[in-house]
Design a protein around this ligand. Structure first.
Ligand SMILES: NC(=O)c1ccc[n+]([C@@H]2O[C@H](COP(=O)([O-])OP(=O)(O)OC[C@H]3O[C@@H](n4cnc5c(N)ncnc54)[C@H](OP(=O)(O)O)[C@@H]3O)[C@@H](O)[C@H]2O)c1
Length: 191
């Protein structure tokens, strides 16, 4: 088996999002203070900066929608120099984009199978709602890692819409953090 085929076989797409308790990933005014820790859960764990950096190094590539891209540019680029693919049908000024960023327009299955899988194994889909829903509808997500913030927002942008159909996922891990956030990890059920 060639290296390309081997990578394609082993690629994993992880959908990672932070959601409020009531299922929102952004407020209507796009403010992000709800993501700040507001509570202390003594029994929870905390991770050091060093552990966080080590973990982030395991991610080979990020995939994001163009609205998330625009927000990331405005709020401060959180993906470092790790390759990032922005899905958009628009033309973007390449000269002003970061070196690690490339733009993609077209079929999402082709993006994953033909463009990403031969190059990357640990692919993280990091939003937003529109792109994540499309990936889920197409069955392109292998893992869901959902971090629940200890807050009710009441309104905003929903992560999951009613375009999805019933589908069971396997719970793989639960981590409760000292700041009151809970991380739920699921893997897709293979037929
Ligand atoms: N809480 C969290 O963890 C989290 C994480 C990420 C983002 N967010 C928030 O989520 C919001 C953005 O999410 P969103 O759902 O509005 O937008 P999004 O998913 O980030 O981007 C949607 C855009 O991506 C492009 N796109 C998506 N699917 C495509 C496809 N199949 N082919 C071509 N282009 C495609 C389209 O833009 P074009 O017009 O360019 O074609 C579409 O309008 C922001 O407020 C952001 O801050 C929250």
């Amino acid at each position: 088996m060639s290296r390309t085929e081997d990578n394609a076989r082993k690629r994993s797409v992880t959908l990672h999002m932070v959601s409020s308790l009531d299922g929102f990933i952004a407020k209507k005014d796009n403010s992000v203070s709800w993501l700040d820790s507001g509570s202390v859960y003594e029994a929870g764990v905390s991770i050091s900066q060093e552990e966080a950096v080590t973990f982030l190094k395991t991610i080979d590539c990020y995939v994001l929608g163009s609205r998330t891209y625009e927000d990331a540019l405005e709020l401060g680029w959180p993906y470092g120099d790790t390759p990032a693919v922005v899905v958009s049908s628009r033309e973007w000024p390449l000269a002003s984009a970061r070196k690690s960023v490339e733009f993609y327009s077209g079929d999402l299955k082709t993006l994953v199978d033909a463009k990403l899988a031969p190059r990357y194994r640990n692919i993280w889909l990091v939003g937003g709602a529109i792109l994540c829903q499309r990936f889920l509808e197409l069955g392109l997500v292998d893992q869901i890692r959902l971090t629940i913030a200890p807050v009710l927002l009441g309104e905003g942008l929903r992560l999951f819409s009613d375009s999805l159909t019933e589908e069971r996922w396997n719970l793989k891990n639960v981590v409760a953090y000292k700041n009151g956030f809970v991380e739920l990890s699921y893997s897709a059920r293979t037929a």
